[in-house]
Design a protein around this ligand. Sequence first.
Ligand code: ATP
Ligand code: MG
Length: 429
Amino acid sequence: MDPEVGFTSDVIRDPARFVGRTNQLTDCMKAVNAPLSLIAVYGKRGVGKSSLMRQVQQMALGDYTLAKYAGLQGQIPQKPRKYLTTYYTCDSSINGVEGLLRRLCNDQDGEDGLLRLVPNDGKELVEFDRIKEVSAGADLKVVNWGAKGIESSKYAKTVEGDIVQTFRNYLSAIVTHQVKGKMKRDGLLILLDEFDVIENKSGIGSLIKSLSSADVKFAICGIARDLTDLVEDHASVERLLEEGAIHVKAMIPAETSQIFSTAERLFKNEIVFDPDVVGKISELSGGYPYLAQLLGKECVTVANRLSVKLVDPTVLTEVLDDVRNGTAFPTLESQYQRAIGESEDRKILLHFLAEQEDRADISADELGRVLVKRLRQDAKDVGIEWVDQLLPRLLDKKFGPALFRLPEKQGVYEFVNPVFRLYVRLRNF
Ligand SMILES: Nc1ncnc2c1ncn2[C@@H]1O[C@H](COP(=O)(O)OP(=O)(O)OP(=O)(O)O)[C@@H](O)[C@H]1O
Ligand SMILES: [Mg+2]
């Protein structure tokens, strides 16, 4: 049995694979259907933000399959607002507003790019469904950019040296000719993922505000502790965010368990999971669906090896042995090796940090923080003295970094990637 049939480490696009997040889906549904709003999806690394964004895109196209699965039938509006969509994933070479707009105006992705929607002589667009098996929710994709190439535009004027105006012109051409004209939709939804990596975000909030209307909506997504982290000049978009601020948190165990019932369904019950195994994995993965998906995949691999169809505790023990000795998850393992850099003592420190328990009296915001003070104590107990020499590598970008320092607090750190922290806990000491 191919493990990928039931599990994936990719962003979830298919609503049939998406589990949980009922509250967030409700909020997304409201924000998609509000005439004027900004959607901002934020949370820790690897928690499931992009997967939620892809579901927002699906709902914006008028496909509410997922909401129905999730029991939200009653909340789907009679006449949901329908959009055309663009989806762009930012990267760290974008240094500010203008850089972002330049990228958007030049994005040639045939299914998700903005440029594909700019009306243009000779360009051939066809309707398509982002998710197979679903009839609702058609978007447009380019099948032929046309003989004149992708630059020439009859309807939208490129203004030399003024990217903001060019972008505005593109938007209004798209709204007039594609959204309203050709497809008779309510608006255009521009989804921007990994928004947090844009280096200088000043001015982006006010630009988004000035461009948002009943016809144009934005959805942004990124790693952040709170909204101020994500949108620097958030004051300007505060009113737009009344319904659209969506914090994606770690899953509760019942949600993680659903990843396994979903997988069983996708495997057509040719692989089944013992409830104790599901319970144990839900606990070990700490609410991070990525780790649950990886462990699920590995269980199937081991079950195949043992020629069994039931993933029982024996199978799980074998999986956890493979994780413990570093052979199960190569990507996480290489992060692990890079962080410790062949130092036995640093390895011990990393494990101490990963194992630090959250104190009972802390607030939800403080979950997952680690303290150097406690590390020193632990280190002393096992006779490691050079904590200050061993620590810098864990903070060095070149080697990960594994940790970042919380600017406002002395000696307080957090794992950059919570999944990595969970992995260290599973790894052999
Ligand atoms: N609702 C969900 N149901 C099932 N699996 C999920 C869900 N959300 C996320 N996952 C799984 O979790 C992993 C991470 O998801 P995703 O890429 O959406 O997270 P992210 O927060 O965007 O990560 P990053 O911070 O790295 O961008 C993937 O393996 C994905 O399959
Ligand atoms: Mg993501």
